[in-house]
Design a protein around this ligand. Structure first.
Ligand code: FEO
Ligand code: CA
Ligand code: CA
Length: 699
């Protein structure tokens, strides 16, 4: 039974405003959880096969090849068996001071609700680029009352999320290529007098143009970490909801993705709801299509039971969509164009160095609500891509390519590397705790062995190969597995997680960090209860999982894991900061995007703070004596989320997404004055932060 949607003005229990829920993810949390699978039986079988003895063996022998080719084990809590530097014993006073692990030596920002980007003492900031700033030749300057679809298609898009910075060498030494996701639009904050029941064609077409991806060259300042957008550079580019994309890999040309406009099943118009992403070692960027379901309408009128069940598992709207796009393009109507939705929900690969390249939807990486996709290389040079499916009780995945990356800049290498993500095997994670289930009581209390930890298996779902795609899931073809990946993972008995968001492998140690944002439905009647990896019922604050696996084994199907961080107010007994003293860490809620700095520290941005502060960005040491010392680096303005963090030696870059997205807000009644002050329309924007004294961040 479908629950009634709350009226605007009610706050979502996970910590976001109702406005955010409505526009960002189509009120996902107010609908039934799409994963109603009962996959416990298969899980039990796997759990039995993976006995405590084998778990311990895995934990002891699992080694991970680092980028440099060395190896580490997932050792004891707080172990410093990693490449990160040891703490400086002289600077042991920690929280509240500028001391800390190298890269994190700044005075933490206190939790606050100021309507600005608050940075540590001694740091400076600038707005690099805002929604509407012209980036492509011929695009006009932004004017809130003179928006057109044509103008927007040449301007920076709305709601910047994932960010990448790629080097531009040679004569462009002091320039970098900034790539941004434009996840979604907030129509009520974009258009004066917006009527959600009756959007105009013009408003809809502007929204199409404000979605997608942006590429813009940025100029470094030689004295600071300031970045300035180089408008109208020849590499600058916008890709929108109507640009041409290609389906690539095992699903391309399949009957499941053919439509009346594209009988070839290979050519898609647009990318939607790009949330986080990744940067590949071969110089391309990856972009996850996340809550694509919300743009499609009328799943409730679909009569074919198989199609209806598939749409339901992906949470496609049963009636009209929020933005009513189906009124202006029939491809958004599931009845009129049944396969169009099957062409969204992939990882997009973009070559930002080639402004004429057609981006590819890499179907071998599966179809779900992709948050990010961060690759690393195995010892023999094959990319492994880690991916989360951001929904309560959904799963996390990895893809292992069967091809090796070619080094160098030659045309042959470039062409070869653009095929790496089309061939390989897709896996889903199954986790088993090593403590008796009875000791995980749902409160977050540690089991008697002192840790939430255990082992896991990567379960094979399907393999994409030029000789023929192979399904590893009974009753599904390989193409079905790649298009309806959630259903395949249900059958495989994957572990239901607390909203797997961004995943990032440490370039120093090879350990992989999985941000699990929250899950207030955990333990509710009829829903899965706490387990060792998701140990709190009604989980408001989320946790971060750390895993280590063995890349020497080409199958790569075993790993060891433990919870690195259990988020919340440190005074809350259920929280855990890798064993670091809790009176010396910053409070954190709802970890979302994660990134590593050049020193091997993990940086975490939050989405939906439940502790009364605005969202922020935090850094934490993952190794050495400071492991677990979490420090808040910045907070964002009212209603905003901190996205796309990037940490370079000289700067921290964040995408300030949906500022002013507070219930009841509109263009006429703004709830934030960021970034341009009172009387100006609120605009999502990218911000760079650096040290006033010119030294590197946090040293
Ligand atoms: Fe777009 Fe999962 O946050
Ligand atoms: Ca345990
Ligand atoms: Ca996110």
């Amino acid at each position: 039974m479908r629950k009634l949607l709350p009226l605007i003005g009610n706050s979502h229990e996970g910590g976001r405003s109702a406005l955010t829920c409505r526009f960002r993810c189509g009120n996902a949390c107010f609908h039934e959880v799409p994963n109603t699978s009962d996959n416990e039986y298969v899980g039990d079988v796997i759990a039995k096969a993976w006995s405590r003895r084998s778990m311990l063996r895995t934990a002891a022998v699992v080694t991970v090849a680092t980028a440099a080719g060395s190896a580490v084990a997932l050792g004891a809590p707080g172990s410093s068996a990693t490449a990160a530097p040891a703490a400086d014993a002289k600077n042991a006073s920690g929280h509240g001071t500028g001391d800390g692990a190298r890269g994190l030596r700044f005075k933490p920002v206190a939790p606050n609700t100021d309507d600005k980007v608050t940075v540590p003492e001694g740091y400076e900031q600038n707005v690099v680029i805002r929604w509407g700033d012209p980036i492509v030749k011929g695009a006009p300057g932004f004017h809130p009352d003179r928006q057109t679809a044509a103008a927007q298609a040449g301007q920076f898009g709305y709601n910047n999320d994932f960010l990448a910075l790629l080097p531009l060498g040679g004569p462009y030494e002091r320039q970098q290529l900034l790539v941004a996701n434009h996840e979604y639009t907030d129509e009520v904050l974009m258009f004066k007098g917006y009527d959600p029941a009756n959007p105009t064609r013009e408003q809809v077409e502007i929204a199409w143009a404000a979605h997608g991806l942006g590429v813009v060259v940025v100029q470094e300042d030689h004295r600071s970490g300031k970045l300035t957008a180089v408008t109208r550079h020849q590499l600058n580019r916008r890709l929108t909801a109507t640009s041409e994309f290609r389906l690539s890999g095992p699903v391309a040309g399949s009957a499941l993705v053919k439509t009346s406009a594209d009988p070839s099943g290979t050519k898609v118009l647009g990318t939607l709801n790009n949330c986080s992403g990744g940067t590949t070692p071969w110089g391309t960027t990856l972009h996850g299509e996340e809550n694509f379901n919300q743009y499609f309408a009328n799943a409730g009128k679909v009569t074919d039971p198989t199609q209806a069940a598939r749409l339901k598992r992906y949470g496609v709207s049963s009636g009209e969509s929020e933005r009513k796009w189906e009124r202006f393009d029939k491809r958004f109507d599931c009845v009129q164009e049944p396969n169009e939705a099957n062409r969204f929900g992939y990882v997009v690969e973009l070559d930002p160095y080639d402004p004429h390249s057609v981006p590819r939807k890499r179907t071998a990486l599966g179809r779900f609500k992709h948050e990010g996709a961060q690759p690393r290389l195995t010892e023999d040079g094959r990319p492994v891509v880690y991916m989360g499916d951001d929904e309560r009780f959904d799963y996390f995945y990895k893809f292992v390519s069967s091809k090796r990356m070619m080094k160098g800049d030659s045309r042959a290498a470039k062409e070869h590397n653009l095929t790496l993500l089309d061939e390989g095997t897709l896996y889903v994670a199954k986790l088993t705790g090593d403590s008796p289930a009875a000791e995980v009581d749902g409160t977050g209390k540690h089991p008697t062995d002192g840790e939430f930890d255990g082992s896991g298996v990567w379960i094979k779902l399907a393999t994409a190969a030029p000789t023929g795609n192979v399904s590893h899931v009974e009753g599904m073809t390989a193409e079905e597995v790649f298009v309806f990946t959630r259903l395949a993972a249900d059958k495989a008995g994957a572990t239901k997680m607390d909203r797997p968001e961004d995943i990032e492998p440490s370039p120093r140690t090879g350990r992989v960090y999985v941000a699990l944002t929250n899950n207030t439905d955990r333990g509710k009647p009829g829903k899965a209860g706490a387990d060792e990896a998701n140990p709190r019922n009604a989980n408001k604050h989320g946790q971060i999982l750390e895993l280590a696996e063995n890349f020497d084994d080409p199958a790569g199907d075993g790993f060891a894991w433990r919870l690195f961080l259990v988020a919340g107010d440190p005074k809350d007994p259920s929280t855990y900061f890798a064993g670091f003293p809790k009176d010396k860490v910053s409070p954190i809620s709802c970890p979302d995007n994660v990134a590593f700095d050049p020193h091997g520290n993990l940086w975490i941005s939050t989405d939906g703070n439940q502790l009364g502060s605005h969202d922020g960005l935090f850094g934490v040491a993952t190794a050495g004596e400071r492991r677990g010392e979490l420090k808040q680096f910045l907070t964002v303005p009212r209603g905003a989320e901190t996205c796309g963090p990037l940490i370079q030696d000289k700067r921290v870059l964040v995408a300030v997404q949906h500022p002013g997205e507070i219930d009841g807000a509109s263009v006429e009644k703004p709830q934030s004055v960021w970034p341009d002050g009172p009387g100006k329309i609120v605009r999502p924007a990218v911000v760079s932060v650096w040290r006033k004294d010119g030294r590197n961040i946090g040293v």
